[in-house]
Design a protein around this ligand. Structure first.
Ligand code: NAD
Length: 265
């Protein structure tokens, strides 16, 4: 299927590894030019080189910086050839740490809300009106399955990401966006095989005294699919959401979790 997005420009945040990288790779394969960001320059440059090799016809611009800061966002937006002219925005950043809410002070909450709610909102604000003026825009927010089924120890994530989800539910339905072919949707990952998941598994292994392999095998078995998702399949789904074919779906939260969520809807 031709996704119809060749030549467009995407800003893919937090994309040197994991799910963000999977999204950038899938878009590059479709001929989309990308600005990719991450904090660490070495991993980012290596990823940018991989992306260029996937499709030498596209432009890949790497911008090192913390996307949760004003300076990081300004640098990412300025890197597009027409500053701020983004056709596709993939919002992503590292997730907040696990813990007990009794230990979280105001600063911990502000950090989580900044990273996982206010940063995507700021980037949406900087880009969607331009998308609407040009008559094409796709925003994909990478959130978490925890938005639909909260995970006890990830209270910061449950809270901050649900705030984003509630805000976007209203914004996506504004006719000045929806009627101008601008969609805003969220992808809710369950367990995907990335560095983030491996860190979580290592923590669980240390706590339980089991090996990482044993913890990982048990986690795979708990999932109806019997496995973790891959960044490639996450990216392919994201690319479809960004395509010309997905223009009639907006304000939706799409769970990619191998069937882990037990509800009918
Ligand atoms: P990852 O650790 O594999 O990759 C994270 C990427 O984000 C890296 O490229 C890192 O450099 C970049 N990054 C992190 N913080 C950044 C910042 N402030 N500014 C710029 N770049 C930043 O993680 P992942 O598994 O790809 O997860 C992506 C998001 O999805 C996270 O928010 C995570 O909490 C969420 N999530 C992941 C899973 C999973 O199973 N992998 C499940 C649910 C939710």
């Amino acid at each position: 299927m031709d996704l119809g997005i060749e030549g467009k420009w995407a800003l893919v945040c937090a994309a040197s590894k994991g799910l963000g990288k999977g999204c950038a790779a899938a878009l590059v394969r479709e001929g989309v030019n990308v600005v990719v960001t991450a904090r660490g320059d070495d991993a980012l440059q290596a990823t940018a080189a991989e992306l260029r090799a996937l499709n030498p016809a596209v432009q890949v611009i790497a911008v090192a910086g913390d996307i949760t800061t004003d300076a990081g966002r300004a640098a990412a937006l300025a890197a597009c050839p027409q500053p701020g002219q983004v056709d596709i925005l993939v919002n992503n950043a590292g997730g907040p740490p696990p813990g007990d809410f009794r230990d979280w002070d105001r600063e911990a909450w502000i950090r989580a809300i900044d990273a996982n709610m206010l940063t995507p909102i700021a980037l949406i604000k900087a880009t969607v009106d331009g998308m609407a003026a040009r008559g094409y825009g796709r925003v994909v927010n990478i959130t978490s399955a925890a938005v639909k089924a909260p995970i006890d120890i990830l209270g910061l994530s449950n809270g901050a990401r649900s705030g984003l989800t509630g805000f976007v539910a209203g914004l996506a339905r504004q006719p000045r966006l929806a009627a101008r072919n601008v969609t805003i949707n969220a992808l809710l990952p369950g367990p995907f095989d990335t560095d983030r998941l491996r860190t979580t598994l290592a923590g669980a292994a240390q706590k339980s005294g089991q090996s990482i392999d044993a913890v990982a095998a048990a986690r795979r078995q708990q999932n109806p699919s019997g496995r973790f998702g891959t960044a490639e399949e996450f990216g392919a789904f994201c690319a479809f959401l960004c395509s010309v074919h997905a223009g009639y779906m907006t304000g939706q939260n799409l769970l990619l979790d191998g069937g882990a969520y037990p509800g009918t809807f």
